[in-house]
Design a protein around this ligand. Sequence first.
Ligand SMILES: NC(=O)c1ccc[n+]([C@@H]2O[C@H](COP(=O)([O-])OP(=O)(O)OC[C@H]3O[C@@H](n4cnc5c(N)ncnc54)[C@H](OP(=O)(O)O)[C@@H]3O)[C@@H](O)[C@H]2O)c1
Length: 262
Amino acid sequence: MRIEGAVVLITGASSGIGLATARAFSASGARVALAARSAQALEDLVQELGGASVALALPCDVSDPVAAAELVTRTVEVFGGLDVLVNNAGIGHYGSLIDAPWTEIEQVFATNLFGPIHLIRAAVPVMRRRGGGVIINVSSVNGRRALPLMAAYSASKYALNGIADALRVELSRDRIAVVTLLPGAVRTRFNTALLGKPPSGGRRGGPFPSSPERVARRIVDLARHPRPIAYVTFRDRLWVWLSLLAPRLVDLMLGRVLRSNP
Ligand SMILES: NC(=O)c1ccc[n+]([C@@H]2O[C@H](COP(=O)([O-])OP(=O)(O)OC[C@H]3O[C@@H](n4cnc5c(N)ncnc54)[C@H](OP(=O)(O)O)[C@@H]3O)[C@@H](O)[C@H]2O)c1
């Protein structure tokens, strides 16, 4: 995929990884459509990136199926097509699956899983007509190894990974690549914006977090050269391998962390 001149739709572009990704694609010459709920943050970003000819603010809650499909329609109306979809908008959840309010669990799945599904269903017909495209789902290492007290969040990412595995094969004949990116800890507001009530007010993220700019560079690189499953750091990859090879050892490690930092 040639990024210069490409049309890229990024969800969750008001903050963190999505914001850095919007800047990175824009710096590479792409036109970017930016979605999130915070309208003012998106408008500010459009101005920063050079105005309406290269960037488009699309305030939206991705968990609303009609609004999510409208993101694709507006992107095509304004920029004439869609080449890359980055499903990045997401929300964390802290708390026991047993005790958490059901509305919180529903919101996690509506945002992290159903949002990307709405977007993919709207984007694929457009990409088919254009002869191809790239879909990048920002998942998590927690979608390969669930964390205690983050069952709902982790499960939403497992499901997202499952969808990508199926669609990758289905859509290959349409020349649409489907990429799953599995970041570990990233330095964003994510852990303080969690649904649920961590005792400290914000869950401590993993050690040695990556910068959102590093994740953004990886995402742009994956749009250029798609691969099925991708990581940001070798440490993230190692964690997933260890979880698969020695699940009981990882249970013990996570149990110790949980007891010392509930
Ligand atoms: N930070 C980490 O350690 C980490 C690790 C692995 C994976 N991830 C994944 O990376 C992605 C981005 O997270 P981040 O770390 O950049 O966190 P963040 O700074 O909190 O950004 C989350 C973005 O999602 C948007 N968003 C949330 N709910 C939305 C909704 N219903 N509709 C539209 N937009 C919505 C937020 O914008 P508004 O509030 O304006 O809507 C914001 O732009 C998430 O999918 C997360 O699961 C993060």
